[in-house]
Design a protein around this ligand. Sequence first.
Ligand code: BGC
Length: 439
Amino acid sequence: MVDIMSRRRLMQVAGAAAMMAGATPLFAAATRKPRVLRSDFLWGAATAGHQVEGGNVNSDSWVSEHLKPSAFAEPSGDACDSWNRWREDIDIVKRLGLNTYRFGIEWSRIEPERGEWSLAALAHYRQMLDYCAQLGLRALVTYSHFTVPRWFAAAGGWEEPSNVDLFVRFCEKAARALGDGYSHALTFNEPNLAAQLSWQPEFRQAMPMFAMGNAAAARQVGSDRFSSTLTADQARAVPHQIVAHQRAVEAIKSVRPDLQLGLSLSMADEQAGPGKSALQRKIAEVYAPWFEAVAKDDFVGVQTYGRAVVGPDGDLPPLGGVELTQTGMEFYPEALEATVKWAAKATGRPIIVTENGVATGDDSRRIAFIDRALAGLGRAVDAGVDVRGYIHWSLLDNFEWNRAYTARFGLVSVDRNTFARTIKPSGSHLGTYARTNRI
Ligand code: BGC
């Protein structure tokens, strides 16, 4: 008895000391009984059409990637050739022990010209959904993961109010053709990302280049304007995207009332820096409109990669000496606990973590990231947050937008010449959590 009491006390002291040092209290983590999660908890890995399929030639991004000069390190090209290798990708999700595959359906393939629908593209996604079902996997589908058809961008993209109808029509059409094949869907992936990035000094500096890029793309496609999701004028685009989301949800529900629908938000653990911080202004700009917009959704998708420390004029760079990821962010998996709790409190909706991950060439750091992020997620569950899933970004090392192939987020590596997939230890590691359904 005395022995047990003193061990417990020792653990409390060690835990408190570790927390004061900013570290995870290891004793507590090692000795606490893992939580069993709800039986329908989604354990998954995510991809996005443009980042893995390859040859997405009809998208706005393909146009921008081929401008000279371009903001992209290199064009997406064949990406991971998942347009052809999708079966292998789904097999891997199953082999890892996960129960969910999140992937995107590309509007630019399904509606290659305004009002022209590709039955072959719909059939392609149908086959993917059927194969998931055959393997007992759930599918969580993204309708719009940044990319839009080039004709849509050429017509002013999200900046043009009448374009909302076009997105709603696409969502309804896709729901009719495919909606019985999945249980969950996101209308938009991170529609608040551009606003969030505009708080980063480097992004702000690049804005004139984005404007030049849009003008060059417009010339390329023979239009007098070209507006890509991430480089659009956010003050004009966001109000239309909010309406597009709400109308798309209604349209999809009118076809498939049983689907769980939401959107995902890019959420950093937003912290006030020293001195006078603009944190509240940032939250009002980047998050508040979307927290309101999702008030009636079935869930909110939380996507978290780290923390942002906000100074008087924008985000501050990471402190010297901290561990950095391949995208220059601080390695900070604890952000997930904070964002999940925040999203639940701000929206009152159930939460699905639809992306969380780290860009690293050292897979042992990904394992550490997963352990620490999931420990935090467990604390959020203990605090009463209704968390319904954890979907890791990403299944594959893939086309990381402007960074092209230099940042590796995958649980699985992809040979750039042969497209051969190799499961990394972190993939099997995440699978162990999924198989036991415990964190
Ligand atoms: C996006 C992904 C991206 C990931 C890592 C998220 O913002 O949804 O498309 O690859 O972050 O940067």
